[in-house]
Design a protein around this ligand. Structure first.
Ligand code: NAD
Ligand code: DAU
Length: 363
C-alpha cells in the first residue's frame, strides 16, 4: 500500500480536480495538496474556496512548463501526482485540436519526464546512502513518485446502442474525436514510461461524471443553467446517444483507492452502471425543474459523435473493494440542480460566452 502525504494535483481548479481536492480535504485532512492549474477558460480558482489554506497550496502555472513542475516536485517533496489537467471538451476539440495536443499530450509527457528526473535526483542525493547505481527501493524506503493518470472511457471509442458488451481493461483503443485521440495518446505515454523507465504509474478510465463545479459547456450543467437562465435546453440530434453517468464523488473515492491500493502499472476502469440516453436525462431535468417534458430544442448533432459508452467496473470492485456510494442518479441530479440554483455567482460569468460559442456551431 501507498500513503499519499504530499500530493500534486494538476488541473485542480477544474471540475473533477476541484472535487477531488474537496474530497481529500474532507477524508484525509493530514494529506497536503499542491494544485497546479493554468486557469484556462475551464479553470476557476473559486472552486477550491473553503479548503483550509494550510492543507492546500495553489500554483498558477502550466503543466508544459518543465522547470516549474520540477521545482514543485522538489520543493514540496511530492510523493504522489494525480494528473487531472487536460483540455476536456469534445466540441472544442472539433473546432481546434491544438490545445488538446499541447496540454493532453505534451503536458503529460512533461510531467512524466519531470517525475523521472526528480526520482533520479532523489536516488542520487538521498541521505539513506543507497542512491546512485546501488539504490534498491524497498517497501519502507523508496524514491518513487506515484503517478496516477486520470483518463476517460472515450479512448475505447463507442459501443452500439443495443449490444450487451461493455468496455473492460482489455478493450482495444479506438478513439473517435480529437479529444479522445489526445487522451489515448497520453495513456500510451504513461504506459510507456512505466514499461521503459519503471515509473510507478497507474491509470484510470472513467465514464461521464456529473456533480458540482462542472463547467456550463457540459451536457447536464448546460441544461440546468439554461433553464435557470430562461433559455430552452438543447438536445443534440434525437438524443439517443447513451452515457454511463457516475457521481463525481464516487470517481474521487475510486481514485484514492487506486492511489493507496492499486497495483503499479495497472489500469482500472471506473463506472457505476449508470447508462442513460441523453433524452431520458434531459426529460428528468425538465421534470425535476417543473417544466414540460418537451420544452427543449433539437440542435445539430456532434460530427462523429459517439453513440454509447458503458463501463464494466468489475476489476476495481474485485481487486480494490470499491463500490459507488452515490448510484441513485435521481437523487444526485436533484442535488446537482440545487447546487447550480444556489451557486449562480459561480456559473453566471461563463454562461453567455459558452452559449454564443455553441450558437456559432449550430449547437
Ligand atoms: P475540466 O475541463 O473541468 O478541467 C480541466 C482543468 O485543467 C482546468 O482547471 C484547466 O484550467 C486545467 N488545465 C488545462 N490545461 C492546463 C495546462 N496546460 N496546465 C495546467 N492546467 C491546465 O476537466 P474535467 O472534466 O475536470 O476533467 C479532468 C480530467 O478527467 C481530464 O483529464 C479528463 O480527460 C478526465 N475525465 C473527465 C470525465 C468527465 O466526465 N468530465 C470523465 C472521465 C475522465
Ligand atoms: O465519457 C467521459 C467523457 O465525458 C469525458 O472524457 C469528457 O471529458 C467529458 O466532457 C464527457 O464527454 P461527452 O462528450 O460524453 O460529454 P458532453 O457533456 O459534452 O456530452 C454528453 C452527451 O450529450 C453527448 O452525447 C452530446 C450530448 N449533448 C451535449 C451538450 C453539451 C447534448 O445533447 N446537448 C448539449 O448541449
Amino acid at each position: 500500500t501507498h500513503t499519499p502525504h504530499n500530493l500534486l494535483i494538476t488541473g485542480g481548479a477544474g471540475f473533477i480536480g476541484a472535487n477531488f481536492a474537496h474530497w481529500t480535504a474532507a477524508h484525509h485532512p493530514d494529506a497536503h495538496m499542491v494544485v497546479l492549474d493554468a486557469l484556462t477558460y475551464a479553470g476557476n480558482r473559486a472552486s477550491l474556496n473553503g479548503i483550509d489554506p494550510n492543507q492546500l497550496t495553489f500554483i498558477h502555472g502550466d503543466i508544459c512548463d518543465r522547470p516549474l513542475v520540477e521545482r514543485i516536485l522538489h520543493d514540496h517533496d511530492i510523493d504522489t501526482v494525480v494528473h487531472f489537467a487536460a483540455e476536456s471538451h469534445n466540441d472544442n476539440s472539433i473546432l481546434d485540436a491544438s490545445p488538446f495536443l499541447t496540454t493532453n499530450v505534451t503536458g503529460t509527457w512533461t510531467l512524466l519526464e519531470a517525475v523521472r528526473h526528480e526520482r533520479e535526483e532523489r536516488n542520487a542525493h538521498c541521505a539513506c546512502g543507497i542512491g546512485g547505481d546501488s539504490h534498491t527501493p524497498s517497501a519502507t524506503h523508496t524514491h518513487d513518485i506515484r503517478f496516477h493518470h486520470i483518463s476517460t472511457d472515450e479512448v475505447y471509442g463507442d459501443l452500439a446502442l443495443d449490444e450487451p458488451r461493455k468496455f473492460t481493461e482489455a478493450t482495444a483503443y479506438n478513439p473517435s474525436s480529437p479529444y479522445s485521440a489526445s487522451k489515448a495518446a497520453s495513456d500510451h505515454l504513461v504506459r510507456a514510461w512505466h514499461r521503459t523507465y519503471g515509473l510507478a504509474t497507474t491509470i484510470s478510465n472513467c465514464s461521464n461524471n456529473y456533480g458540482a463545479y462542472q463547467h456550463v459547456e457540459k451536457f447536464i450543467p448546460r441544461q440546468i443553467t439554461n433553464i435557470l437562465a430562461g433559455i430552452r435546453p438543447k438536445l443534440y440530434g434525437q438524443g439517443l446517444a447513451v452515457r454511463d453517468w457516475i457521481h463525481v464523488d464516487d470517481h474521487c473515492d475510486a481514485v484514492w483507492r487506486i492511489l493507496t491500493h492499486g497495483r503499479v502499472g495497472e489500469t482500472y476502469l471506473i463506472g457505476a452502471d449508470g447508462e442513460r440516453s441523453n433524452i431520458d436525462v434531459l426529460r428528468m431535468i425538465l421534470q425535476r425543474m417543473g417544466l414540460p417534458e418537451d420544452a427543449f430544442d433539437h440542435v445539430n448533432d456532434r460530427p462523429g459523435g459517439d453513440r454509447r459508452y458503458a463501463i464494466d467496473a468489475s476489476k476495481i470492485m474485485r481487486e480494490l473493494g470499491w463500490r459507488p456510494q452515490h448510484a441513485d442518479f435521481a437523487r444526485g441530479l436533484d442535488e446537482t440542480i440545487e447546487w447550480y440554483r444556489s451557486h449562480e455567482e459561480w456559473w453566471r460569468p461563463a454562461k453567455a460566452a459558452t452559449e454564443e460559442k455553441y450558437r456559432r456551431q449550430g449547437h
